[in-house]
Ligand binder design. Sequence first.
Ligand code: FAD
Length: 517
Amino acid sequence: MNKLTKKVVVVGGGIAGWLTAGRLAAKHKSNTEQGLTVVLVESPNIPAIGVGEGTWPTMRSTLSALGISETDFIRECDASFKQGAKFAKWVDGSEDDFYYHPLVLPQGFSQGDLAAHWLAKQGQAGTKSFSEDVCFQESVCENGLAPKTIRTPEFAAVANYAYHLDSVKFSVFLQKHCTEKLGVTHIIDNVTGVNSAPNGDISSVSTENNADITGDLFVDCTGFSSLLLGQHYQVPFKSCSDVLFIDTALAVQVPYDDADSPIASHTVSTGQEAGWIWDIGLQHRRGVGYVYSSKYSSEEQAREVLAKYVGDKFSSLTVRKIPIVSGHREKMWQNNCVAVGLSAGFLEPLEASALVMVELSAQMISEQLPQSRDIMDIAAKRFNETFLYRWEKIIDFLKLHYILSKRTDNAFWTDNRNPESIPESLKEAMALWQYRAPADHDFTSNNEVFPAASYQYVLYGMGFKSDYSQNTYALDNIDFAQHQFAQNKKLTDKAVSTLPKNRELINKIIEFGFNRI
Ligand SMILES: Cc1cc2nc3c(=O)[nH]c(=O)nc-3n(C[C@H](O)[C@H](O)[C@H](O)COP(=O)(O)OP(=O)(O)OC[C@H]3O[C@@H](n4cnc5c(N)ncnc54)[C@H](O)[C@@H]3O)c2cc1C
């Protein structure tokens, strides 16, 4: 039977649910007669996870594809600009130990290998960190500056940027937009059962107070419970806790000292004895959390570490404890059910890779939505291949941060460098990068999540040295390199002297809004 895909049921109303419903509804014109029917059902009493504040630059195109105004989003989601991550105390744990993973590519990245030249000038007077010498964004962040001005149009950038956002407000904002503008039908009810068709597909889900909800495609956005893919289809969970050791988060919301306190332009990730602390500046508060491994720290010790980081205010804050299981389902799409968000998997939020996976999933499902059931298995196979590849690559990239550390203060750090905990794929890549910088050809898929530039920022930020001594001709194009270093200096000076402070721009957006073109 060639059943057409006319109705999609999204189960779950966290960010994954609303972003997926929104993408589908926007692309397939759910607000018109002929459009796809998109129904989102969410529980009235199972709250969304309520954390997840760091995003990627992809969020700009996602919001734009949903027809959302950047001004409205910033006003309603307590959002601020994020221009990358500052990793403090990851290399040796000393006070001045930090490096940046900015969002702007190294200067001249597509034209030549500046990393070789930067490595060659080590020890020379005036040489700065890799990220500072090849990218103007580190200085922008260190000065607390915004990535654009009030005259820059919505979603356009002077310096590439993402957002920090309040995830609870973001869900509410998306819900309003999806139901009022995009034609998504919203049902508030608990899903209590899953009903099967003879071919094993889901024919409908049962609810507590409404009739069964039928559909042609079901999207599982039920968070860690993975109600459809995990519980109904029993698709196994592939843990990676042997590679990434973090298993617990303690999260707090820290008020600013006053309404004009500066807002950091980047996520700060500070290495601690058994994990690391994230620090994210929103408009009205900071989101701070310690993610650690319970094998290497008791909860009591972890609370002390977090208290020391937060300071005096800590005693008045509510601490939320969230267990984390690192890994992902062995496949994400089974029969007519696809999982998006925490129901598909989760890895520690070191590089904010969860929401970008939601965005990429929602985009692929909406763009490749199978017209009918007879081609759905092909779409499922391709989706699974694409996302399994992405999960594995993210695991490698996160692990990279740990294997380059030289910290010895806790077995958490030394065990992270145990070769048995390092995936073979990462070992292979590291073997190649002994002699040259990561380059585009190391990443041969269209489905890469982190580009070669990101690997360069982490490797050279953490003191890794590729040995170019047998390959000195890599340094032949000295004019190119000098030009790019000089150009970066010029761009840095210009950005630092022209961009407004982060808080100043946000205040202006709240008052006047961006230029809209
Ligand atoms: C400590 C921590 C820090 C994080 N930091 C980041 C970060 O910085 N950046 C980032 O990208 N991501 C981060 N994440 C991940 C991010 O929070 C999630 O990926 C994101 O919020 C999406 O969650 P979700 O929608 O998949 O699940 P949830 O938010 O858990 O939503 C699940 C939904 O399913 C519904 N539901 C469940 N059962 C039923 C049922 N029986 N019937 C009906 N509805 C049901 C619930 O009501 C809820 O609406 C972090 C996660 C953690 C744990």
